[in-house]
Design a protein around this ligand. Structure first.
Ligand code: C2E
Ligand code: MG
Ligand code: MG
Ligand code: MG
Length: 290
């Protein structure tokens, strides 16, 4: 069969535009298959208080686990999923799993904070977004207090007035909102102050630039803007102790990055939580005994 189409195929695959289309179609099929077979899994990356070094929360990050146990990063499938709309279903799977996991850790007295889940613009603009979130929170029995949603500038700038409405509805439920990848998009300061946000996440690109004076000034400026808007600042992609020191001096509150931990599977993250708990009780008994 393949042989009989050989000549056509050759032409087909030789065209770079078609190659791209084929690649996209393959990814789309892989995603569809993955959704059917539950190949999507949620990893968690700790967010740490920059002063105390204790855990304040975590970000849920989707992974595609192949049948052989391989791990496919979202960078290679999220863009396609955005285009095809499959991101809506992936997002629902991630949100439900994150709520389920956090409920478990709450019940085990391992965690009391918030889990941050990324929302794509396709999800954010769903007319039934709030109802869907309500349903998931109800089904998983997770109080809305424990949920934070991360959205990007691109998402909210598509239609700022509508975005503000949606954000207000989410905030009214006690859900926190974070602006992700801040500084890489096109949001204006005029809008930034109107968005009912709780947190601003500085994109890794700015943290990478902190080895230059210009780069440090830039981060300083972003932190100042955030604080003027009463937002908590999270630095993303912190890898080095020097970056952490500089961020502490700039009064950034929370850091997330390989310096503390890469994103972990739910099992590994639960171990991380247990370790944190042991350290907390040690610090506590030390304080009591001293
Ligand atoms: P993001 O939301 O900005 O997530 C942070 C990304 O930075 C994650 O990449 C994380 O693994 C990576 N990261 C954190 N610390 C470090 C570090 O110290 N060094 C380096 N090199 N990287 C670090 P990841 O998990 O590959 O996700 C990439 C992007 O894919 C996310 O960026 C987000 O935009 C998207 N994404 C991931 N999961 C979901 C999801 O469930 N739904 C949606 N809509 N998007 C998702
Ligand atoms: Mg994020
Ligand atoms: Mg980010
Ligand atoms: Mg990012």
């Amino acid at each position: 069969h393949a042989k009989s189409q050989g000549a056509n195929r050759y032409l087909f695959f030789n065209d770079s535009m078609n190659k791209l289309a084929v690649k996209r179609l393959q990814v789309e099929n892989l995603i569809r298959h993955g959704l059917k077979e539950n190949y999507f899994s949620v990893y968690y990356q700790p967010k740490m208080d920059i002063i105390s070094g204790t855990l304040v929360g975590m970000e849920a990050l989707v992974r595609f686990i192949t049948p052989k146990g391989g791990l496919i990063s979202p960078a290679s499938f999220i863009p396609v999923a955005e285009e095809t709309g499959q991101i809506i279903e992936i997002g629902e799977v991630v949100l439900r799993q994150a709520c389920r996991d956090v409920k478990t850790w709450l019940d085990q007295n391992l965690f009391h904070g918030r889990v941050a889940v990324n929302l794509s613009s396709r999800q954010f603009s769903l007319p039934f977004l709030c109802e869907q979130i309500d349903d998931i929170l109800q089904q998983t029995e997770l109080p809305s207090y424990h949920l934070e949603l991360e959205i990007t500038e691109g998402t909210v700038m598509q239609s700022p007035p509508q975005a503000i409405e949606t954000m207000k509805k989410l905030r009214a439920r006690g859900i926190h909102l974070a602006m992700d990848d801040f500084g890489t998009g096109y949001s204006s300061l005029a809008y930034l102050k109107q968005f009912p946000l709780n947190t601003l996440k500085i994109d890794k690109a700015f943290i990478d630039d902190m080895n230059t004076a210009r780069g440090r000034n830039m981060v300083d400026t972003i932190v100042t803007i955030a604080h003027n808007l009463s937002l908590t600042v999270v630095a993303e992609g912190v890898e080095q102790a020097e970056q952490l020191d500089m961020l502490r001096k700039l009064r950034c509150e929370v850091i997330q990055g390989y310096y503390y931990s890469k994103p972990l599977s739910a099992t590994d993250f639960a171990d991380f939580l247990r370790l944190q708990k042991i350290q907390r009780s040690k610090t506590h008994s030390a304080a009591v005994l001293s």
